[in-house]
Design a protein around this ligand. Structure first.
Ligand SMILES: Cc1cc2nc3c(=O)[nH]c(=O)nc-3n(C[C@H](O)[C@H](O)[C@H](O)COP(=O)(O)O)c2cc1C
Length: 239
């Protein structure tokens, strides 16, 4: 059998880290992580994203409050916001004398893909330097305040936020949550709608209904989920 290679080992071992050592990220490592993000595939080689490197502690504090009040954001030594950014191309077209149409939903989705792929490259690179990371989906909330805080123009939308830092021993020892089986995730040639039985088997926990209800209440009907949808509609409304 083929040996597990280093990249696969690191991908399997990566898990979200939410408690960090009080240790700064050396500039060289930060530069490497940014370099990895910039080397990611990008639609039309246009780099439809901007990375905001949040170094100001007050801005971190504000983000930690605006992103569903998650205090570990403020404690992270490195915080990047990955913006899906069509603004710069819209402006560039004008600068080149073109009367550009305003960006549409397809442009937004493509730039979100660009931003998130760059973010994931940064996560993989961070892991290779012993840094933990965690995505913060809640950056989609409170668009009015986030836009003001980061001075965002109309066509730049936070697609992802990632916080990075050296994991504490407890975080290193924490078990990574398991994934669903590939048979439930990979469909061949066309979409296969799963039966109720298969869906429940996919989830496969004891007290399945009870624990699905728990996720439903925490992730789908909770205040943060409703706020995220309200706020994201505001961003989308511009496209
Ligand atoms: C798009 C996205 C948004 C996320 N948002 C948050 C978040 O706001 N807060 C948090 O603590 N973790 C967040 N996470 C981390 C997930 O909870 C985590 O990836 C998931 O539980 C699987 O665990 P693992 O990353 O340790 O394998 C997010 C992950 C993704 C991909």
């Amino acid at each position: 059998m083929a040996e597990i290679n280093e990249v696969m080992r690191q991908i399997r071992e990566r898990k979200s880290v939410r408690v960090f050592e009080k240790k700064d990220v050396p500039q060289f490592v930060k530069d490497e992580i940014i370099s990895a993000a910039l080397q990611a595939p990008t639609a039309g080689n246009m780099m439809l994203y901007t990375i905001i490197d949040v170094t100001d502690q007050e801005i971190k504090n504000q983000l930690s409050l605006l992103c569903d009040n998650q205090p570990f954001i403020a404690k992270a030594p490195m915080v990047f916001v990955f913006l899906a950014d069509y603004q710069k191309w819209y402006d560039l077209y004008q600068a080149a004398g073109l009367s550009a149409r305003k960006p549409g939903p397809g442009d937004l989705l493509l730039s979100c893909a660009d931003a998130i792929i760059a973010a994931q490259n940064s996560v993989v690179a961070a892991q290779s330097y012993g840094l933990g990371s965690c995505y913060i989906g809640d950056v989609l909330e409170n668009c009015e305040q986030v836009k003001q805080l980061l001075d965002l123009p109309e066509y730049a939308v936070p697609a992802a936020m990632v916080v990075y830092g050296y994991p504490t021993k407890q975080q290193l020892e924490r078990k990574k949550p398991p994934r669903f089986q590939a048979t439930h995730i990979v469909h061949t040639n066309s979409y296969r709608k799963m039966s109720d039985e298969e869906l429940l088997a996919m989830y496969g926990e004891q007290d399945t209904n009870e624990s699905i209800k728990n996720i439903y209440e925490r992730k789908y009907t909770s205040e943060f989920a409703l706020e995220m949808n309200r706020s994201a509609s505001e961003y989308l409304g511009k496209f």
